[in-house]
Design a protein around this ligand. Structure first.
Ligand code: BG6
Length: 493
């Protein structure tokens, strides 16, 4: 059981899902701030204006990382992180998106966070855009406008220059392919937008991404800047060639963004589709060269589940309250939120991405969103989250196989939400991923205190042993996820 010597171990968060302080120190409103609380059954609403009498907006306070970052990063350091994937809120740096000068207080906040990480030996991996676009860009039509490319490039350049020498790992857009499925999150595009609008917005983001990759390399030759794919990996519903073709079509729809970012040009299957649909991309002179000059250094992705698709699968995704897969997979268990758990699929995914692009890959999100029960044990509050340990352990074992059996160069692993945070799809706090529990409910009520879960020490040992302890089957007797869930509720808070 070996992970490479310089393997990056850590966790990943997004500014809007942890920071809170949504208007503090000059921050402007972002698209994330307009989304209300939802649930497993109820879709989140994107409200035109903030109406706090009617709605609760989870990002406004989130877990108040803005004021707790010292405590939270100390906990990450205690687990032994050598990397922390975080995002910068664009609207903290350029509150309206189109401001002439950056907001110094915004930069000062990230100075503190990044310097603290570095003092613990934690390398920051920064996502420049993670599901939030300044609302000030609404008047231009957000990412449908060419102007937004310039505003984004200005923001990214500011940040790349400001953190030069302190940050060397970057991602341009989180899950750029969710423009197809969650366009509001991806770039302020309405959920009802037609495909043309989404293809145009995606084109503008791809141009912006390529420009920023080039600039990042010019600013610092040591910068490594990656693509970030929302891991929509899927199996064909049957061995019927029609189902296999249907499944391929689905995969193409999802992966074309990464083809462009990695290869520097649109793949034929996407160009043909645009032609069939009579969609003209807003191409300007020089764009082809921009795409070619701005190819990424590595491919990162999120991995939570797999899907099953076939010739009749249509409209796989619905709204903001979660993903809906085409067909059930009878071989897999599901999480409380209906996400199919597929550790072996992660090895397949790693091979797929490496075979396709021949670039280093990194798992920058993975984890189990589950309801936790805080209990008091020997005078301390904790959560006995064996189900989470089981999930993570099985996934890490598959990464190890991809590295050692298949020879995939995996750079690192950042578990999603190392501290409980606001869920992107539902806005809930109770969909918890953390190694650290945050005492807060879906409406932000609670002490906000942080408590270490059982998984905290487990992950600490994984990192300490560089994965060697994964083989000790410490959770061999762990009950199946379903049974764990049945037993929940027996604990006293
Ligand atoms: C990814 C996003 O899609 O999935 C994260 O990059 C998100 O922002 C994560 O939080 C998990 O999804 P959810 O809905 O459980 O928060």
């Amino acid at each position: 059981m070996k992970f490479p010597k310089n393997f990056l171990w850590g966790g990943a968060t997004a500014a809007n899902q942890i920071e809170g302080a949504y208007l503090e120190d000059g921050k402007g409103l972002s698209t994330a701030d307009m989304i209300t609380l939802g649930s497993r059954k109820q879709k989140r609403v994107i409200s035109e204006t903030i109406d706090e009498d009617k709605y609760y907006y989870p990002t406004h306070n989130a877990i108040d990382f803005y004021h707790h970052y010292e405590e939270d990063i100390r906990l990450f350091a205690e687990m032994g992180f050598n990397v922390y994937r975080m995002s910068i809120a664009w609207s903290r740096i350029f509150p309206n998106g189109d401001d002439a000068e950056p907001n110094q207080k915004g930069l000062a906040f990230y100075d503190k966070v990044i310097d603290l990480c570095l003092s613990y030996g934690i390398k920051p991996l920064i996502t420049l855009s993670h599901f939030e676009t300044p609302m000030g860009l609404k008047k231009y039509g957000f990412w449908t406008s060419k102007k937004t490319i310039d505003f984004f490039v200005k923001y990214a350049t500011t940040v790349l220059e400001h953190f030069k020498g302190r940050v060397n790992y970057w991602l341009t857009f989180n899950e750029i392919n969710v423009m197809s499925t969650m366009p509001w999150n991806a770039g302020g595009i309405s959920l009802d937008a037609d495909q043309k609008t989404k293809d145009i917005a995606a084109y503008n983001q791809l141009i912006a991404s390529a420009k920023v990759v080039k600039i990042a390399h010019e600013i610092d030759a040591n910068n490594k800047i990656g693509a970030m794919y929302c891991g929509h990996f899927s199996y064909a519903n049957s061995a019927s060639p029609d189902d296999v073709q249907g499944n391929n079509n689905f995969q193409d729809k999802m992966i074309y963004y990464i083809d462009v970012q990695s290869r520097g040009y649109y793949p034929n299957y996407k160009l043909k589709e645009l032609e069939r649909l009579n969609i003209n991309l807003p191409k300007q002179t020089g764009d082809d060269e921009i795409l070619k000059a701005g190819t990424v250094d590595f491919i990162s992705f999120s991995y939570y589940m797999t899907h099953v698709c076939g010739s009749k699968t249509k409209g796989i995704f619905k709204g903001l309250n979660g993903l809906e897969t085409g067909y059930e997979n009878p071989y897999l268990e599901k999480s409380d939120w209906g996400w199919e758990i597929d550790p072996k699929g992660l090895r397949i995914a790693l091979n797929f991405l490496y075979d396709r692009y021949q670039k280093p890959v990194m798992v920058v999100e993975n984890g189990l969103g589950a309801e936790d029960n805080l209990i008091k044990k020997q005078g301390h509050y904790t959560v006995e989250d064996d189900y989470r340990i089981d999930y993570l352990r099985k996934h890490l074992l598959e990464i190890e196989k991809a590295i050692n059996i298949d020879g995939v160069p995996v750079m690192g692993y950042t578990a999603w939400g190392p501290i409980d945070l606001v869920a992107a799809s539902t806005g809930q706090m109770t969909k918890r991923y953390g190694f650290v529990y945050v005492d807060m409910d879906n409406f932000g009520r609670g002490t906000g205190n942080r408590y270490k879960k059982k998984s905290f020490n487990w992950y600490k040992n994984v990192i300490l042993s560089n994965g060697a302890n994964l083989e000790e089957d410490e959770v061999r007797n762990v009950l199946s996820l379903k049974r764990q869930n049945e037993l929940q509720g027996a604990y006293v808070k």
